[in-house]
Design a binder for this molecule. Structure first.
Ligand code: RBZ
Ligand code: NIO
Length: 341
C-alpha cells in the first residue's frame, strides 16, 4: 500500500487540477466565420464541429493543422508468457526497425497525408512483469514513463495522434477496461492480432487472473495503470496530459490507445475533453468503451492494426476540415447570394 499523502502519483494529480479549459472566444470566432462561408449552413456536418473542437483546444481561430504529428509508443509485456497473442514479442523490435525503414502501414499513411511521425522505444528489452502474477511496474516507474510520454511531444505540433506497438497489449487494454468498468472478462477481450479460440480463452483467463491478483488495488485509476500496464499505455496517458497543457488537441487510435484515455477519464471526465476518437476498432468492446467516454469515432473502417493507423487517417480528415474553414471564400468574397430568410 502506498501512503496517499506521499504517492508518486501526486504530481500527476496536481497537474490535472491545473489543466486549461476550452477557449470559448475562439469557438465563437469559428462559428461567426462558418456562417459566412459559401455553403448551406451546417452542410459540412461533423467537420464543422471538428473545427470548433480544434479552436477550443488550440485556443485560436482559425485553428491550424500545419504540423500534425503521429507518436507511436512501443512497450513489451510479460503477460505474453501466457500465450495471449498470435505473434511473438520479437515482433516489437522488428516492427521498430520496419518503422525506421518506412515499411509499415503507418509510414505510408503518414507519407500520403503529410504527417510527422515519431516512434518511442519504452525499454522494449525489459518487458513489464506478467500482470497475472505481479504488478506490471512499480508506481515510480509508471510516473517516470508518463513523464517520458509528456516529453515526447516537446518538439511541437498543432495536432497529435497517439498510437502504440506492443505484442500482448490488447490483453492489457482489456484488463484495464475490466478493472475500470467491471463485467466479465469475455466482454472486454477481443481477437487482437487474430488469436484462435484457444488463444481467446487464454486471453480471458489472463484478464481474469490479473483482476483477481490485483483486486485490492484497482480503485485508483493511476494505481490500476501501474498494476496492469503497460509502459506504452502510461506514456500515452502522459502525452495526452502534456498535450492538454500545451494546447494541442489529440486524436486517439484504437482499442489500446483508448485505454490510456480511459485511465485519465476515470480520474476526471474533463481530462480528455481535448481528445477525439479517430476510429472505431474492430476489437468488439471498443464501441462500449467509446460510449462510456462519450466519444463518437470519426471513422469506422473495420481496422484492427494499432500503430496509430486509425488516428492518423482521421488526422487527414481533420486537416481537410481546418483547410476548408480557413481557406474557403465567404459569400461576400465570391459574390454568391446568401440564404433568403
Ligand atoms: C506485424 C505486426 C504489426 C503490428 N502493428 C501493430 N500491431 C498491433 O498488434 C499488437 C496487439 O495485438 P495482440 O494483443 O494480439 O498482440 C500491438 O503490437 C498492436 O500495435 C501489430 C502486430 C503485428 C503482428
Ligand atoms: O484497436 C487497436 O488498438 C488494436 C487492435 C488489434 C491489435 N492491435 C491494436
Amino acid at each position: 500500500m502506498t501512503d496517499a499523502a506521499t504517492s508518486p502519483f501526486d504530481d500527476i494529480r496536481r497537474l490535472i487540477t491545473t489543466m486549461p479549459g476550452p477557449d470559448e472566444a475562439a469557438v465563437e470566432a469559428v462559428r461567426l466565420r462558418e456562417r459566412q462561408l459559401t455553403k448551406p449552413a451546417g452542410s459540412l456536418g461533423r467537420l464543422e464541429w471538428l473545427v470548433e473542437w480544434l479552436a477550443a483546444w488550440q485556443g485560436k481561430a482559425p485553428p491550424t493543422v500545419d504540423r500534425p504529428l503521429v507518436c507511436v509508443f512501443a512497450g513489451s509485456h510479460g503477460v505474453t508468457a501466457k500465450g495471449v497473442s498470435a505473434y511473438p514479442s520479437d515482433v516489437n523490435r522488428q516492427m521498430l526497425e520496419n518503422f525506421a525503414a518506412g515499411g509499415a502501414a503507418i509510414n505510408q499513411i503518414c507519407a500520403s497525408l503529410g504527417l510527422g511521425f515519431k516512434v518511442f522505444d519504452l525499454a522494449l528489452d525489459m518487458p513489464t512483469n506478467d500482470i497475472t502474477e505481479r504488478e506490471a511496474m512499480d508506481e515510480r516507474s509508471c510516473v517516470a514513463t508518463m513523464a517520458f510520454g509528456m516529453e515526447a511531444i516537446a518538439g511541437g505540433t498543432d495536432l497529435l495522434a497517439i498510437g502504440e506497438m506492443g505484442i500482448g497489449n490488447t490483453t492489457v487494454a482489456a484488463a484495464i477496461y475490466a478493472a475500470l468498468y467491471g463485467g466479465p472478462a469475455e466482454h472486454w477481450v477481443g481477437r487482437g492480432t487474430g488469436v484462435d479460440d484457444e488463444g481467446f480463452r487464454r486471453k480471458v483467463a489472463a484478464v481474469e487472473a490479473a483482476i483477481a491478483r490485483h483486486r485490492e488495488h484497482l480503485n485508483d485509476p493511476l494505481e490500476t495503470l501501474s498494476r496492469l500496464g503497460g509502459r506504452e499505455v502510461a506514456a500515452m496517458a502522459g502525452a495526452i496530459l502534456a498535450a492538454r497543457l500545451q494546447k494541442i488537441p489529440v486524436v486517439l487510435d484504437g482499442y489500446v490507445a483508448t485505454a490510456a484515455a480511459a485511465i485519465l477519464h476515470a480520474i476526471h471526465p474533463s481530462t480528455i475533453d481535448h481528445c477525439v476518437a479517430g476510429h472505431l476498432s474492430a476489437e468488439g468492446a471498443h464501441q462500449d468503451v467509446l460510449a462510456r467516454l462519450g466519444k463518437i469515432p470519426l471513422l469506422a473502417l473495420g481496422m484492427r492494426l494499432g500503430e496509430g493507423s486509425g488516428a492518423a487517417l482521421a488526422v487527414g480528415l481533420i486537416k481537410s476540415a481546418a483547410a476548408i474553414h480557413r481557406d474557403m471564400a465567404t459569400f461576400a468574397q465570391a459574390g454568391v447570394s446568401e440564404r433568403l430568410a
